[in-house]
Design a binder for this molecule. Structure first.
Ligand SMILES: [Zn+2]
Length: 305
């Protein structure tokens, strides 16, 4: 769950650019050299099939094993970063999964998502968009980026415990995995070599619309929105901004330039309807294409900073 601090004219924008007919079509079956939304869709379906996946659950452990199996199959090395989170429901054992794709430089750019789902007792929350979609997108992006020669080393972060354990999003009950990662990196003195963070969250919405977040770095927003425009996705990557609290905040507070690519204009958010009927492979394709197009430019900009 992310708290929206400011969402000016959201209703107006929803009417103006929601229900993009293009987004409703499913992905073609043609093989692609780049981001393959059919593969990403399989990753999404597999996660949803595990059922609700709150932090500490057996289903989340199964989901983690699935993520790790996909990384292994792609030839990507990874490690687990386990930690004990102190939550309103007591101590919960959480695990971040950290994959590495070596680049020309040892300095890193992180590509991140959370993979837990919010706990609800009263209904079965499947989290098809939140966060099977972004987890699927990061897995497929990893497969593609693994086969590229990248300037920076890519750190893939599958973060646990993004969701608040209590119903309400109230500090410090949220973003457990990202807070732990930043704290551990600071202690290990590896935070300084992390040059940027690209966070994906809730990117599966069939009626995808993504706004620039004001907690994100302006230069990262500029690069991503330029890529979207170049690829013809201006009806998806809309200009009207808003402010989101998400896994990027601990990084921002630690001085790591970050961007959160997120669609919170999703009526099914944190409801029993965040299911397969309300997400699409086409939306994963759009976000995958944009991130792949933007990546070399993010590297260039990061190397000049
Ligand atoms: Zn959520």
């Amino acid at each position: 769950m992310q708290k929206v601090l400011l969402a000016a004219a959201m209703a107006v924008v929803l009417v103006a650019c929601g229900a993009d007919a293009q987004n409703r079509s499913t992905a073609s079956n043609a093989p692609r050299a780049g981001f393959d939304s059919n593969r990403a869709w399989t990753d999404l379906e597999r996660q949803v099939a595990f059922g609700p996946r709150p932090a500490g659950s057996a289903a989340l452990a199964q989901c983690r094993q699935y993520i790790e199996a996909q990384l292994k199959a792609a030839g990507i090395s990874f490690r687990e970063q386990p930690f004990d989170a102190t939550t309103p429901a007591g101590t919960i054992k959480m695990v971040n999964v950290i994959g590495t794709i070596a680049g020309r430089r040892a300095e890193r750019i992180a590509l991140a998502t959370h993979y837990d789902t919010k706990r609800f007792q009263e209904f079965k929350f499947l989290g098809a968009s939140d966060a099977a979609s972004s987890t699927a997108a990061v897995l497929e992006l990893a497969r593609v980026l693994k086969n590229r020669q990248n300037e920076f080393t890519i750190e893939l972060l599958f973060l646990d415990g993004e969701e608040a354990v209590n119903r309400e999003w109230r500090d410090p009950d949220n973003t457990y995995g990202s807070k732990y990662y930043v704290q551990a990196a600071r202690q290990a003195a590896t935070l300084g070599s992390l040059k940027a963070l690209v966070l994906l969250d809730m990117v599966g919405d069939r009626d995808l619309d993504i706004r620039p977040d004001s907690n994100s770095a302006g230069w990262l927003n500029s690069i991503v929105w330029r890529s979207a425009a170049r690829l013809g996705y201006t009806s998806t990557f809309v200009p009207e901004g808003f402010t989101v609290e998400d896994d990027h905040l601990p990084f921002v507070q630690a001085g790591v330039p970050s961007i959160d690519i997120i669609d919170l204009d999703y009526p099914q958010w944190h409801t029993a309807q965040d299911d397969l009927d309300h997400v699409s492979a086409r939306s994963l394709q759009i976000v995958g294409d944009v991130v792949l197009d933007a990546w070399p430019q993010i590297e260039t900009a990061a190397s000049q900073r």
